[in-house]
Design a protein around this ligand. Sequence first.
Ligand code: MTE
Length: 318
Amino acid sequence: MAVFRFPVPAASEITPRALFDTRRAFLRDAGLIAAIAGASTLALPRAAHAQAGKAFAGAKPSPLSVTGEKPTPFKDVTTYNNFYEFGTGKDDPAERAGTLKPRPWTVAVEGECAKPKRWSLDELMKLAPIEERIYRMRCVEGWSMVIPWNGVSLSELLKRAEPTSKAKYVEFTTLNDPAQMPGLRSSVLDWPYTEGLRIDEAMHPLALLGLGLYGDVLPNQNGAPVRVVLPWKYGFKSAKSIVRIRFTEIEPKTAWNQAIPNEYGFYSNVNPAVDHPRWSQKRERRIGEFGKRDTLPFNGYADQVASLYAGMDLKKFF
Ligand code: MTE
């Protein structure tokens, strides 16, 4: 039985955040953050996030990137995470995900399709030229980041499977190996972590098959070696460390919806007009900033994705 609930942000933002900032201040004093992160990411051309010697140094800047928003520092992107397979604390994934072995790795694409296949990581890396996509990301808990991802449109993989006319949905499943993921021994969710999309959502050009960030392969805590990235939905829709993608005729069950159905719906589009039952979703805290900013419908991607939901009551299909 799943018992865990996302903490109400007002509380969660104060205590863990304060500890986190104390640690950052310490590192900064030690001169480490300045040396590693570099203060000038915004001033550089976009592709410069991918530095020479890194796996995706040549990543092509995507026109789908947000512009004019400062990327969240690498340090924050990789130390303030949700990845319950490694614990429920924001620090836990960075501290514990060293046990995850991202190679060798395969992703099985199966279900309602003409060409099911088990893809190796090397094959996934060659699906299409790796891009740099700078996306605004919004967690359901009320914080947000701007992350320079590397990857290719998820559709590049899905279309190669030749989904049948019965393929109405796509289900994503995360690795389920307690030897690599100590958090699986607890019952915070019914494992494995699963997520799902309607097929037109999954085929949308913004839906990314994430293979890296900041120009290099994904750090384990961010969902190595391959994850989904859906910038117009709350962060929990973006399943990490996936091993299976399945085309289905009926709406797949998803981990958070199974755990607390009245709080987490199937769609989970970022929507400031629909409050979470335990807190408002109108505002958000951008990690690294003081104060709060307004949350945008579809997380600012309404022009691209709102048509997917035309005619739907988004209060009902939350
Ligand atoms: N995927 C798995 N397998 N397990 C998780 O606990 N957490 C989700 C999502 N994907 C989660 C997951 C949540 S709640 C968020 S906000 C994002 O991952 C966080 O991604 P990040 O740590 O790379 O920012």
